[in-house]
Design a protein around this ligand. Sequence first.
Ligand code: SAH
Length: 242
Amino acid sequence: MAPLFNENKKPTDYKIVRELFKFVYQTKNMKDTLKHKGMRNKLVKLLERKGIADPKVLEAIKTVPRHLFLDSGFEDHAYQDKAFPIGAEQTISQPYTVAFQTELLRIKPNDSILEIGTGSGYQTAILLHLRAKVYTIERQKELFKKTKLFFGKMGYRPKKVIFGDGYKGLPEEAPFDGIIVTAGAPEVPKPLLSQLKIGGRLVIPVGIDEQIMTLYIRKSEKEFEKQELGTFRFVPLLEDKN
Ligand code: SAH
């Protein structure tokens, strides 16, 4: 019979206690309070003044707790309309940019959306809130691992979180109703255009030092309508994984 108390088991016990403390600590820091909700309401008003009009997009910004996508300690920055560093030289996009790009996608529930540049996962969460089926790709291993874990903790359920190179798109899940690129592309990657449904929309910031937000709507197998919608600044879309 196995002994009831086994000295060898002790490290495991410590591990459990440590994990428990970690869990309690993290949960304590993962609160969404009335104060945060108030700050989000203010942010939404600001985005409305800046021209965001889609009520569903505004509702998503009002609901998703952006402060939890930043490392704790940076809470105060979460509801300013600013981009913010998230490690690995990357940034969480500015709320206005997230709202602007999301609005351009015209998401309907169950739309299949490909996101290039998972980053902090905030944009992903906004897409999920709009009830899209989301496939998201990140090329930075560190960020990919961290954000995938975070989605699990928060109960966010993208269809797939992929470590890979977004330049190639995701042929095995194509075609998509929408594709959103959240990093600045020197030029439009051809695979992304070819992975759109007819009627599908690609929202991509194009340029090197600064980017022009560009919307492509696929009109037929071979025709695309192109619209240019103002200047933005993104971290660069880089090739290959890292
Ligand atoms: N949507 C993110 C924005 C993050 S910044 C958010 O809301 O936080 C852009 C992200 O694109 C970075 O994390 C960067 O690592 C990633 N990226 C850059 N080039 C990429 C590529 N070729 N494929 C996939 N991700 C890429």
